[in-house]
Unconditional design. Structure first.
Length: 353
């Protein structure tokens, strides 16, 4: 496999939180034609800075995935299709994009999505090194190797997992826990016949994409009714996340943490409160970290202005509960890895000097 810049070591003092200002989509107000808040990623970071959890130099700067990186999963034919503005307009559901010159589309729409995709790939390696990682963007779960849709132009979840399988020794099993309101048909199609990947997916059964073929790849299918509320939802998530991790022992959990389950989301059709979302993320992190399984979280869908605040609150909650520790509760349960012992020693020495 080629050497990729996406796997270069970040400075050791960094939090495994991945972001770049290039994530945000802004051009002449066209982004407002989609119900998506196209600047939500930057807002999450600003809230975390206000709360003094992070600073610019303490987060990992995402880098754009190159064609060479994308070809680890995508077909050349698919990447060539994205050179047509009308194809990108269809995928992103922003019709006027069809009338823009493709160089504008590449720079203003696809580059942010490629940078978020690079961020997810980077976060995969970080999660293995640090026990957890959060890409403030990503989670493009409707895109597969040769087809985009539903605002998803690159298959970042598939890419992160394939990169880990190919380039990180000892990673041969992955579990995807997809809790976005929509079915994650992209990664499902990509891993359809791959016994190394276990997929749990909880989604509103009546909305997009309703991909019956892709459903065959789901090992744990939690089909929700319109207007599902907190108590039923959290009970189901808890039961099935625990069940999934007991049934299949992965080397990494990829957690697709869509906030479009929020009550009032125009596309999700569920009725979960902000507190319910924070609790949901806690359930997934607790289950993964208590088993010593690294977790990579991506933020995925979420189409209301208030979702950025909820994502930030969730990260602050995970931190306050000690679930984002250096090696998390897993350290207390198992013996710390030699690597973490060595780096902790080095850190203590540098603090003394």
């Amino acid at each position: 496999p080629h050497r990729t810049e996406l796997y270069e070591e970040p400075p050791p003092g960094c939090w495994p939180i991945v972001y770049s200002p290039d994530y945000n989509i802004t051009f002449m107000g066209l982004e407002k034609l989609h119900p998506f808040d196209a600047g939500k990623w930057g807002k999450v970071i600003n809230f975390l800075k206000e709360e003094k959890l992070i600073a610019d130099d303490l987060i990992v700067q995402a880098r754009e995935a190159t064609d060479e990186d994308l070809l680890v999963v995508h077909t050349r034919r698919y990447l060539n299709k994205l050179k047509w503005s009308f194809v990108v307009a269809t995928i992103t559901e922003i019709p006027p994009v069809a009338f823009l010159p493709n160089f504008v589309v590449q720079r203003k729409v696809l580059k942010p999505l490629r940078t978020q995709t690079g961020g997810t790939i980077m976060a995969g390696k970080l999660a293995m090194d640090r026990g957890w990682a959060i890409n403030v963007g990503g989670g493009f779960h409707h895109c597969s190797s040769d087809k985009g849709g539903g605002f998803c132009a690159y298959a970042d979840i598939t890419l992160a997992i394939k990169f880990l399988f190919e380039r990180v020794p000892g990673v041969s099993r992955a579990t995807i826990i997809d809790l976005d309101a929509h079915q994650g048909n992209g990664h499902e199609r990509d891993f359809m016949d791959d016994p190394r990947v276990y997929i749990m997916d909880a989604y509103n059964r009546y909305i997009y994409p309703g991909d019956g073929f892709a459903k065959r790849a789901i090992k744990r299918k939690v089909e929700l009714e319109w207007g599902t509320e907190d108590s039923e939802y959290l009970q189901k998530v808890h039961t099935h996340v625990e069940g999934a991790l007991n049934e299949f022992k992965p080397d990494i959990v990829v957690y697709n943490a869509g906030t479009d389950i929020l009550d009032g989301d125009p596309l999700g059709g569920l009725a979960i409160s902000p507190q319910g979302i924070v609790k949901r993320d806690e359930v997934v992190f607790r289950a993964s970290r208590s088993r010593g399984v690294p977790v990579l979280m991506v933020t995925s869908g979420g189409y209301q202005k208030r979702t950025a605040r909820i994502i930030a609150d969730s990260i602050l909650n995970l931190h306050s509960l000690g679930l984002l520790g250096r090696d998390g509760p897993a350290c207390a349960l198992g013996t710390p890895s030699l690597h973490s012992v060595v780096t902790d020693c080095a850190r203590d020495l540098s603090n003394l000097s």
